[in-house]
Design a protein around this ligand. Structure first.
Ligand SMILES: [Cu+2]
Length: 134
């Protein structure tokens, strides 16, 4: 029980830390669970609840080389509420220099969201989690 509590606290702290990063920078770097450096810029800044908008996602290798020729799928939800995104965002363009346009993003609630960007290059799928607090 105590161990469980401690683990929970740790998870909360790390969540706060990553969420802090999201708020402190326009371009957010997420390096923890994926083989790429991923950042995004939202067309809406700050992101508003219930407004459809797009993101530009930037992908680099861990050594800083822009990744081209990828396909990105975006999924997400609120882990605390056990529901997904209200829309199905799609990649609509590769903009060059490692930038990709994702359209159709809308968040219908404030709170903690977790967005998973899957980067597909040839047959390799790589999932990168973007934590977000709105
Ligand atoms: Cu929710």
């Amino acid at each position: 029980m105590e161990i469980f509590k401690a683990i929970r606290t740790l998870i909360n702290i790390s969540l706060l830390f990553t969420v802090g990063l999201v708020h402190s920078q326009d371009q957010t770097s997420i390096t923890n669970t994926c083989a790429y450096k991923l950042s995004f810029v939202s067309e809406l800044d700050p992101i508003e609840i219930n407004r459809m908008h797009s993101w530009t996602i930037h992908i680099e290798t861990l050594t800083g080389i822009p990744v081209e020729g990828a396909a990105i799928t975006l999924e997400g939800g609120m882990p605390e509420h056990d529901h997904g995104l209200p829309t199905s965002p799609r990649m609509t363009a590769e903009l060059g220099s490692g930038d990709y346009r994702i359209e159709g993003i809308r968040f219908h609630m404030s709170g903690v969201w977790e967005i998973t960007a899957t980067i597909i290059i040839d047959d390799t799928h790589n999932s990168c989690v973007i934590p977000l607090e709105l």
